[in-house]
Design a protein around this ligand. Structure first.
Ligand code: BTN
Length: 326
């Protein structure tokens, strides 16, 4: 069903009306089967397919599919100069992070990128799954080879968040915020998330896979499936082409990664402040069974969350942090 649906979307993404017979011919199925597929896509995913009386089907809001060539065309300096070596766009995969990890061990070059239109087992942080419907979001993983062991990874996940927030600002998003360590939020709702996974020897050269998912278009059906407050980019800016969005995000990401490699995290703590969703708010930091409450006063030069607590200033390096209800 997924492969057929993606194929149908590709055929409809040219903005024209296509008859059921023509679509059936292209998909190798009957006109009735096309009708069934359309119904399923409307009901299950909230895809806005209009059926034009007697003529066929078209997309109410067509969106070009992801395309490696288009992404390259939109890439700007300095990301372009630093260069994503290989960009691969896939239809449906288990998880782009999994694809990247598999390829990392097979020797894919640094800064290789994998994107997919759909994930069957999208992964989130802390063992959660990442809901990855097939329409119009971004699921992307980037291979970043790091030498120097664990110290060279310090603050990396925050740097990735900063790069995405800066890229989204370039695209015109005004109120993007970062929730430590690296959730992307708009108006206290989740717009995107980052999952960094490491392959290889964490004490020598290791391959980090930087995965990020950004909600671009989510129908009410889709948002209702997720068990937390989520939002999508189309609520705030006009979306014409995800290829341009990916290109801008990869450009800011490549530049930030290069800076992190050369100078570490310390230069980023001020940049974090500009997007800090927790700053000045009372939060709970949960690590195992213990819960610490404090006022967030920023992040340290090593990327730790700084909490002003009853017992003094506390540096939080791991765990789950949530804003306390007023
Ligand atoms: C989070 O829990 O906030 C992290 C979500 C990360 C999702 C992205 S989508 C692309 C990449 N592939 C995955 O399986 N996960 C990451």
């Amino acid at each position: 069903m997924i492969q057929q649906a993606l194929k149908l979307l590709a055929l409809l993404s040219d903005n024209n009306v296509h008859s059921g017979v023509e679509l059936g011919g292209q998909l190798g199925v009957s006109r009735a089967a096309v009708w069934k597929l359309v119904q399923k896509m409307q009901q299950q995913y909230g895809v806005d397919i209009t059926s034009v009386n007697g003529l066929g089907y078209c997309l109410a809001n067509p969106l070009p599919l992801l395309d490696a060539e288009q992404i390259r065309r939109f890439m700007t300096a300095p990301g372009e100069q630093l260069g994503c070596s290989e960009i691969t766009v896939l239809d449906s995969v288990d998880s782009t992070n999994e694809v990247a990890l598999r390829n990392a061990t097979k020797g894919s070059p640094n800064l290789s990128v994998w994107l997919a239109e759909h994930q069957t087992s999208g992964r989130g942080r802390r063992g959660k799954s990442w809901y990855s419907p097939m329409l119009g979001n971004i699921y992307c993983s980037l291979l970043w080879r790091v030498t120097g062991g664990a110290p060279a990874l310090e603050g990396l996940s925050l740097v990735v968040g900063i790069a995405l927030a800066e890229g989204l600002s370039v695209l015109g998003l005004r109120n993007i915020q970062l929730k430590w360590p690296n959730d992307l939020w708009v108006n206290d709702k989740k717009l995107g998330g980052i999952l960094i996974e490491v392959a290889g020897d964490p004490y020598e050269e290791c391959a980090t896979v930087i995965g990020f998912g950004i909600n671009i278009r989510m129908s009410p059906q889709m948002t209702s499936i997720v068990d937390q407050a989520v939002t999508s980019l189309d609520q705030y800016i006009e979306i014409d082409d995800r290829n341009r969005i990916v290109a801008v995000l990869l450009s800011t990401m490549c530049a930030a990664l290069d800076e992190h490699k050369r100078f570490g995290f310390s230069r980023f703590s001020e940049r974090w402040r500009a997007f800090d969703a927790m700053l000045g708010r009372s939060v709970n930091a949960v690590a195992g069974e213990s819960v610490t409450t404090g006022m967030c006063v920023g992040v340290s030069s090593r990327g730790a969350l700084l909490l002003e607590t009853r017992d003094g200033l506390l540096e939080v390096y791991s765990g789950e942090v949530s804003v306390r209800p007023n």
